[in-house]
Design a protein around this ligand. Sequence first.
Ligand SMILES: Cc1ncc(C[n+]2csc(CCOP(=O)(O)OP(=O)(O)O)c2C)c(N)n1
Ligand SMILES: [Mg+2]
Length: 616
Amino acid sequence: MTVGGLRLTAAQATVRYLAAQLVEGTDGRPVPYFAGCWAIFGHGNVAGLGEALQASQDALPTYRAHNEQAMAHAAIAFAKQARRRRAMVCTTSIGPGATNMVTAAALAHVNRLPVLFLPGDVYASRRPDPVLQQVEDFSDGTVSANDCFRPVSRYFDRLTRAEQILDALPKAMAVLTDPAACGPVTLAFCQDVQAEACEYPEDFFAPRLWRVRRPPADPYDLADLVVRIRGARRPLIIAGGGVLYAGAEALLADLGAATGIPVAETQAGKGALPWDHPSNLGAVGVTGTGVANAAAAEADLIIGIGTRLQDFTTGSRALFQGAARTLVQVNVAVHDAAKQGAVGVVGDAGAVLAALAPLLAGWRVPADWTRALAGPAADWDRAWQAAMAAPEGNALPTDAQVLGALWRQAAEDAVVVCAAGGLPGELHKLWRVRRPGGYHVEYGYSCMGYEIAGGLGAKMAEPARDVHVVVGDGSYLMMNSEIATAAMLGLKLTITVLDNRGYGCINRLQRATGGAPFNNLLADTRHATLPAIDLAAHAASLGATARKVADIAALEAALADARSGTGVHVIVIDTDPAASTAAGGAWWDVAVPEVSDRASVRQARAAYDEKTKDQR
Ligand SMILES: Cc1ncc(C[n+]2csc(CCOP(=O)(O)OP(=O)(O)O)c2C)c(N)n1
Ligand SMILES: [Mg+2]
């Protein structure tokens, strides 16, 4: 095959192209867009992409992991911590290696995070069919295991000819770097095609600088928003991840200070303002602060900026109760701007905030709205102090008390990483973010097993910051293998494991919906003997400096040790599975059975039916 120019295999050409894609670094100088390639080799990528990566390690470093899903978590966390300005590549063998990555693809898809997947695929020639690990479809010869990636990729292609990359790779880059379309790209790479040579034009490999577009809003929509804000009695901004991805936190801080409009934060948007900014009411929604939820319930104008409005933000659409309230959605993606009947303002969060500032000059939020929130803010501060304080007595600590210890011991610019279990809710409510980027919680897919691999990716993105992973015993046991990878790479991570001996938050949810404690805490499962799992010994076996601590004081001492240490530190502490912070919060729609022999279920259903009346 001839296109004219350099004779390379499709895999060699792909690696060469990927290494030539650049973005502006934080200092303005170009840096590679792809920080590296995670790889677990097998048949389907070792001979093709493996050979190409080996020869290009200076231009595109390769990292080996222990699990394909976990390596993809690390890649995605890298992109999240880099605020989508940079990304990583992941390559796997065909079959199980590839499908191991599908859950991570969904995670990136939900969270709108860029990552390039290059799973190996079956032979385009079909000569050896069925090749080892090939999924055989009885009615469709074009189906392979990689078709699982289609619904969880923003862009999907199967490379069945070597010259296809000339078209597929620029399209992949366009999707990865587009603020609205951003998400996972999957290029399923047929294994014979990886090895096939072709003449590629030399200019295909010329360095190319990508810039993330920051589209402004339509002037009509902007003017309409200004009229609505000026006419509002009780406006509230809800800041989502889009504020951080747009790098717009200073613009939001300035607008908040100039106008006095209060700001509440979603999980992805947490840290958009420093916790002590006068406008910051903290977390909103199911895991929100008392004051933010009071504001959300009473606001007459809610302006979502860069938020997907998932059910935790809206209290399953029962939280925003203000009479005749208007919902405005400022979003770079028209799909989000149109949600829930919102008035859409399609544009980049930063561009819209910058445009609003002069149009609102001299205007301030009505003083009675500011006054109305002062009491709930003081109440919330007291609730926060009570939840985060070190416990008195010998009771097992709560998750919140562990977070209190961590918050007191963490460096100013530390990054906290979490994803699933009871901790994300407690973090959302209680963690006070001191510096932008200090809060990294994956709560779009809330995927157990993200935490440790995610911490590794976050550390690779910002090596100068301390990264603190907080993780439950359930998530720890689901995916912990990248402790070994972090140790091998000499990266410093501090992992605090909260061992409540089971799936504590789901047990609480089960109880709250009238269910009997069943199959969540280890004690409530079918067992011959109850396991006493030594998580510290386990972590030590993977290369961590690990210890178990008896109480909050010992935890603080261990965290202080870890702070001055190197490598991976794992600190295990037993916690109370029953406790969570009662203050704040809002209703969450979890459907309760309509009929049941259990009176507690029937009771929970009646309460559920009542609450659904608030949904709008
Ligand atoms: C991959 C995956 N499987 C299942 C779930 C559902 N789930 C959410 S939290 C949870 C329990 C987590 O247990 P643990 O990490 O110990 O945290 P805890 O609830 O005890 O705080 C489960 C099963 C999930 N979010 N992700
Ligand atoms: Mg647990």
